[in-house]
Design a protein around this ligand. Sequence first.
Ligand code: AMP
Length: 610
Amino acid sequence: MNDSSPAVDPETSAAPESVDPQAPAGPSFDDIALPAALRRAVDELGFTQPSAIQAQAIPPLLEGRDVIGVAQTGTGKTAAFGLPLLAAIDPSLREVQALVLAPTRELAMQVADAIASFATSMGGLDVVALYGGSPYGPQERALARGAQVVVGTPGRVMDHMRRTNLRLDTIRFAVLDEADEMLRMGFAEDVEEILSHSPASRQVALFSATMPSAIQRVAQTHMKDPVRVSVSPQSSTVKSVTQTYAVVPFRHRTGALARVLAVSEAEAAIVFVRTRAAAEEVGSALVARGLIAASISGDVPQKDREKIVERLRDGSLQVLVATDVAARGLDVERIGLVVNFDVPKEAESYVHRIGRTGRAGRTGEALTFIGPHERRALKNIERATKQTLAEAVIPSPRDVSKHRLAAHLKQVPERIERGRLELYRELIGEFVTEHGMDPAELAAALGAMMVGDEGPGTPSEEEEFTQGKLAEKDRQSDRGPRMEPAQTERGYTSYKVGVGHTHGARPPGIVGAITGEGGLTGKDVGKIQIFPNFSLVQIRGSLSSEQMERISRAKVGGRELRIGPDQGPRGGKGPHRDGERPFRRDDRPRRDDRGGRFDGKRRPFRRHEG
Ligand code: AMP
């Protein structure tokens, strides 16, 4: 998978659908009569060209027409309705003027954030997101303060209407986002009811990945002579995603998946499964193999779901195993790989799944496992996406070992340069003499041990999983010499600080800030591990809230430390985010002491190669 080249140039794929080979020049925002404040926001967001759905939908919406848009997530549809929606609002009036309905809390939050980002130059404009699973109070207060834009899930919007917190008679603009999904989730009645409470004069925009007849009916009842626009999936997200498939019998899938992840260069991955049970099973199988994985399904409480998504974003989670519903609307740029653990039944679901990668101008990879008798399902997908999927070769255990060893070997010259090897040279010399051993043989054995190869005769990971045994033995062997457990030493507490190597954080800076502000000595600070976006610090004893407050305000690399107890992916226990080999406090800084030991490339799926 490493060798597959991106389908499009990453430079141009930010708005891939806007590139029409027939057109002499692509559409421009200059051709769209956006109010100045919105045009400024577009420029500030770095949108150089409208995407296809934007070029088609924004002009009629600005003219006051209703629009039905067939577009997936990733096509820029949020701006396609968000910009005209803001253009229709009078920010001097403190009343609800626009309503966006979205199927999930996650999507509602994303859309609210996006609209707020378009509205930065519009003074006095407030956006409120209304969704379930959070207290009513803050939502009520935001409505009472006169937020002009409401983005919400149908259920919670109805709740606020019933509680008379929200009246829709001042609505000028209504949007149904991911309408097919809202209907699929059983919100049809709520949506109808909500629309019927808004004035007949309001404008309606409806966006949907598919157009089943139920949506056509909604459109007929609630929209006036709508303009229909669409972008085909293959000209949007799908273009920036390299798609492959592999024939893998079901019982070999977990092993195959673990190996794919082990050699992947992606920063983070999503694995799609059909059922909640499968999500949990595959998730724990990956954790048992030392990957930092978590699973979500439709019935994971929203709060937990959000936390998991946040971890995916900040780099403390490598792999998310999810069902389709749970991953709806998920927009995390770091996802470079989507694996379909089984073939999605519908091509639409396939398109939606792979749309989780290749986001925001990045490229992604999508790999679909099919069974030996599922070629037809593959053909359906190929027909629907008008693309042929190439067959991928699943890495063998040998490939994984090669890959892991290569990563270790790459670090050898630097380690030699740093010195303090006399001890090892001496001990190894003694050992070689004592056993009359060839040093190359010894290096080979150490290499095998480093990558976790126990030699023939030990049950392979694959066999263990084939037999459905997530045995303790497997867990232990997987935690063998490759593992760098971030376990807390006796008497020490693990704290998390909000600076990582992307902010230029280095151990001396962190120690300085903690000792200086916390009134501690260097001896109180134990191991420090630096990750991309945060670091973990072991501190002797525990910090008072006052100490934490002072330390939190200290800055490293221009960013506040924001220290807090490390909750960890598993409640602070057990192996941590070991995807990258973090800095140890006793690692001597490099001579040039600039970029740190990380070369900026993240390799999260490996154990402790840096
Ligand atoms: P959406 O389909 O609305 O979820 O948008 C997908 C991503 O594309 C988001 O990260 C947007 O910020 C980005 N985007 C939207 N419109 C443009 C544009 N015209 N140029 C570049 N990026 C865009």
